[in-house]
Design a protein around this ligand. Structure first.
Ligand SMILES: CO[C@@H]1O[C@H](CNc2nc3cc4c(=O)[nH]c(N)nc4cc3[nH]2)[C@@H](O)[C@H]1O
Length: 376
């Protein structure tokens, strides 16, 4: 994988770049729709390509390993063949998922023993077998197996957890570098900065991660309930340590405001369940602000969901019609709202890229944050 830094903003740390993978190019800043179990919930592939214009989507090692399982995925020739998405895919390592299974998992130096949330079956994830699993899934970018420390956690827990994550990272790199992709294209491994919200630990982790000299770097352990200003402060000094010539991926973020502020701090890649999860309960992000479509005020508003956004879904359906579908809990409601929200998220990061290239990103961001976060 190759990263070309195309432009760094003069008034901020924002960057525009291009990632080239064996499944195609990714223009950054980019938002990656979350497709946990091999599908972006309620969204067809053709809508991902046409309306949303997604460039890369996410899968999750934990979920795909449990269902459909490795034999089905390998039999298909990997996830790209299985779900038909022939552009880039990134898989998270399962680190975050198994740690959120609080009471049914046990952490040791070896790895994490856990029970499946589906059938209670017992499993062990280690840095080594999580690399092997991600080889079978076949994502273009795979994540190291780490511990996402809970928030809040005390300094000693954060230090111990970060040090274990660093030891696990060495094991991930050794295994990954000793194995090949299974399907004839290359994969890249991204390490993940940890250290909770403790500056000295975060600096230590960022330095260690940078030293690994991998093709991209991620910042983990955030968007776990910490205050936004703590998140921004952490990203700011971590990005001063992560190399300029590698993409930086902030895991699990976030709202439109979080994304624009983090782009200004030098983040290139984002993923979050918010646009799809919130869509399913009627929260719409639009170029004019945030709409709770269940609100009575939209019941006879026959205007399109979002006139200026473009894309079939956002302009074909009216607010009144979508409100009706949501109130009836119709399946189509989830589809329309999910496609619309993802179209908005990809539009937002695309606009950010254009304004970085045009040189007026900072002024544009100030206006845009206020506008898109307004509750309508
Ligand atoms: C606040 O909303 C909840 O939180 C999630 C977003 N926040 C988030 N932080 C993350 C951190 C890590 C990490 O440190 N390591 C690895 N491997 N993966 C990660 C994935 C992450 N996702 C939403 O999905 C939602 O459930």
């Amino acid at each position: 994988m190759k990263y070309e830094l195309q432009k760094t903003d003069s008034g901020s740390k924002a960057r525009a770049g291009k990632l080239t993978t064996d499944h195609g190019e990714i223009l950054t800043p980019i938002f990656m729709p979350v497709g946990t179990a091999g599908t972006v919930k309620a969204v067809h592939q053709r809508e991902l390509k046409n309306d949303i214009q997604a460039q890369i989507i996410l899968g999750n090692t934990y979920h795909l390993y449990l269902r459909p399982g490795l034999d089905i995925l390998q039999g298909a020739g990997g996830l790209h063949k299985f779900n038909g998405w022939d552009k880039p895919i990134l898989t998270d390592s399962g680190g975050y998922q198994v740690f959120s299974l609080k009471d049914i998992r046990k952490i040791s130096e070896e790895g994490v023993k856990f029970q499946s949330h589906i059938d209670g079956s017992r499993h062990l994830f280690t840095p080594e077998n999580v690399m092997d699993i991600q080889r079978v899934i076949g994502a273009d970018i795979i994540m190291a197996f780490d511990e996402c420390a809970p928030y809040p956690c005390d300094y000693s827990y954060a230090k111990k957890s970060m040090e274990m994550t660093h030891r696990w990272l060495k094991r991930c790199c050794d295994r990954f570098d000793a194995t090949e992709g299974l399907y004839g294209y290359t994969q890249s491994l991204f390490p993940i900065v940890q250290g909770s919200v403790y500056k000295d630990l975060r600096i230590q982790s960022a330095e260690f991660i940078a030293e690994q000299n991998r093709e991209g770097n991620a910042i983990g352990g955030l968007a776990v309930g910490e205050p936004a200003d703590k998140m921004y402060e952490t990203i700011d000094y971590v990005n001063d340590i992560l190399p300029q010539d590698k993409p930086r991926y902030l895991m699990g973020v976030g709202t439109p405001e979080n994304i624009l502020e983090s782009i200004a701090l030098g983040i290139d890649m984002f993923d979050c369940v918010m646009p799809t999860r919130n869509a399913r309960n009627g929260m719409l992000f639009t170029t004019q602000g945030i709409i709770n479509i269940r609100n009575e005020k939209w019941k006879d508003d026959y205007s399109p969901i979002d006139e200026t956004l473009g894309g079939y879904t956002s302009t074909f359906y009216s607010k009144a019609y979508l409100r009706h579908l949501v109130k009836c809990d119709e399946i189509l409601a989830a589809q329309i709202a999910s496609v619309h929200n993802l179209t908005f998220y990809l539009w937002l990061v695309g606009q950010a890229r254009e304004h970085i290239l045009a040189g007026d990103f900072t002024e544009w961001k100030k206006v845009m944050v206020k506008k898109v976060m307004e509750r309508l």
